[in-house]
Design a protein around this ligand. Structure first.
Ligand code: HEC
Ligand code: HEC
Ligand code: HEC
Length: 449
């Protein structure tokens, strides 16, 4: 039997047993009420919604109390701000928020005191949340989280610039679709559930969708071809999640997408950079039904940039040259000495411990930022509850110069049949300077080793 059908049946049966009020129709509640999937994952409805929304990733710092805030985030052109304490402490947290005030903060980005928030808080995505999920989330914060008394840190944004907050109301009008998710009756329940999660709580577009002039995401759903088409963020590239064959998810099956989100890896690659936070804190806690639903939705996105591109095909000449110790191509000797132990002379890695580079969509990403960043700085480890612990990618910041890193990456991007663009020394220098671990002014630098 098709595993998807099986999972759907299990999911539906949980849904039917837990949905005894009969007030909500099964169809719409499957897509937009997370209670049944929370039960399948063995946690409360509200905690599950908090996992889906990944509140902890932004509202915590590694050495601090969970959800007490304090993470520095950059607001383009304005400065930095700190995430706030969202534990139910009445003095420094959100203990005084009524449900209506909480709902307004989550959907419209307005704090209890009326101050407008910057969209560093992904309220344009959370606006799609259903009322059931919003209520469960509120109850979770008010009753299941311990209050922590920790004052918020003031933003490092000059006062006159901080007046931009006032303009956020207009920004919202111009850029947001603030309606809760409405199921598309032409699509399956599974697709709708996936759309609800990806567009809404999962706020995948906050990283994976390119931004426009007003810093708004260029598309908020599949109706726009920029939606999830890949975007730069914090010197990583959140690569394309559409159907592009080489650099998107075109070659992945639904099961392989679900495996990546649930465990942090599959036969194409391993989560790294800022995606590690997503897997560690959010997607690995989702039920199998929800992982497959997201995969079904993502796999319905058509190819965009590569409609006429030549499909990638494995070419073995690279491996033959490496094994014959023929290092004519710049970067090939460094690859052999520093990388092939783990990623293989055949580029196939050692699944699931070390990812392949051959055929890995991120290697063919038009934007090489992620490749540069991981080679300079290594990556946080995926801590998956299921599946084996993979090894870490070491950092080469001290060992290799910018020119050497540019060469080795250019080499990989044209090895084994890849047709990726060259990486320049200047591109490496830029990421090296911006991600200097001693500078600490980039939120994600803080979390790198
Ligand atoms: C991508 C980072 C990010 C994520 C994920 C995130 N937040 Fe936030 N949140 C912020 C930032 C930044 C602010 C402060 C915005 C400002 O001051 O303009 C904030 C502010 C808030 C506030 C206003 C609190 C106050 O001080 O009055 C609430 C409530 C809130 N977030 C709840 C949540 C919940 C619940 C989740 C999970 C469903 C969540 N946030 C996920 C970044 C995030
Ligand atoms: C000790 C083993 C090891 C060595 C040596 C190594 N890597 Fe990695 N690499 C990994 C692991 C493990 C990952 C998966 C990400 C993680 O968990 O840190 C990875 C990930 C990557 C990725 C991202 C691909 C993905 O899907 O995760 C790139 C690109 C990469 N390595 C390039 C290189 C380059 C270039 C070199 C040589 C300069 C190199 N690696 C050397 C272990 C290694
Ligand atoms: C905080 C930023 C961020 C968020 C939020 C985010 N991603 Fe990612 N994602 C990345 C980055 C950076 C990469 C590239 C590194 C890698 O492949 O792991 C990535 C890679 C991926 C990949 C692998 C793509 C490939 O070709 O190898 C998938 C699949 C993915 N993300 C799905 C999702 C989904 C689904 C969501 C929403 C639930 C999501 N991401 C939310 C940053 C993010």
């Amino acid at each position: 039997m098709d595993i998807r059908k099986l999972l759907t049946i299990i999911g539906m049966s949980v849904l039917v047993t837990s949905c005894d009020s009969g007030a909500v129709s099964t169809e719409s509640s499957f897509a937009t009420d997370s209670a049944a999937q929370a039960a399948a994952a063995g946690i409360s409805h509200g905690e599950y919604v908090a996992r889906l929304g990944n509140c902890v990733a932004c509202h915590s710092i590694p050495e601090g109390e969970p959800l007490a805030g304090g993470l520095k985030m950059a607001v383009p052109m304005l400065g930095n701000l700190y995430t706030t304490n969202i534990t139910p402490d009445p003095e420094t947290g959100i203990g005084d928020y009524s449900f209506e005030e909480f709902d307004r903060a989550m959907r419209f980005g307005v704090k209890k005191d009326g101050q407008r928030m910057y969209p560093a808080m992904p309220y344009p995505s959370y606006a799609k949340m259903s009322e059931q999920d919003m209520r469960a989330l509120y109850d979770f914060f008010m009753t299941e989280i311990e209050p922590v008394n920790q004052p918020n840190q003031a933003a490092e944004i000059p006062g006159w610039k901080d007046n931009a907050r006032l303009a956020m109301g207009i920004w919202n009008l111009l850029t947001m679709d603030d309606e809760p998710y409405v199921a598309d009756s032409n699509q399956s329940d599974e697709w709708n559930r996936g759309a609800y999660l990806v567009q809404g709580l999962g706020h995948c577009g906050a990283c994976h969708t390119p931004r426009g002039l007003l810093q708004q995401e260029k598309g908020l759903d599949e109706g726009d071809s920029s939606y999830l088409a890949g975007a730069p963020l914090d010197h990583w590239s959140a690569s394309s999640l559409n159907g592009d064959f080489n650099s998107g998810l075109g070659r992945w099956t639904e099961e392989e997408v679900a495996e990546f989100l649930g465990t942090g890896h599959n036969r194409f690659g391993t989560a790294f950079g800022t995606m590690v936070e997503v897997v560690n804190n959010s997607t690995q806690h989702m039920s199998d039904v929800d992982l497959i639903a997201m995969a079904v939705y993502l796999k319905s996105l058509p190819p965009v940039a590569e409609v006429n591109a030549t499909p990638w095909n494995y070419e073995g000449g690279t491996t033959e040259n490496l094994l014959a110790l023929e290092f004519n191509a710049p970067g090939s000797q460094d690859y052999y000495e520093y990388c092939s132990n783990c990623h293989g002379t055949d580029g196939m890695g050692y699944y699931p411990y070390q990812p392949p580079l051959a055929g890995n969509p991120v290697i063919m990403d038009p934007d090489p930022s992620s490749l540069i960043n991981i080679t300079l700085n290594g990556s946080l480890r995926v801590i998956a509850e299921q599946g084996p612990d993979v090894n870490d990618m070491p950092y080469f910041r001290q060992l290799l110069s910018d020119a050497e890193i540019a060469d080795v990456l250019t080499y990989i991007r044209s090895a084994w049949g890849h047709k990726g663009s060259a990486v320049s020394t200047a591109q490496v220098t830029e990421v090296r300077e911006a991600s200097d671990p001693s500078r600490n002014d980039d939120i994600f630098t803080l979390r790198m080793k």
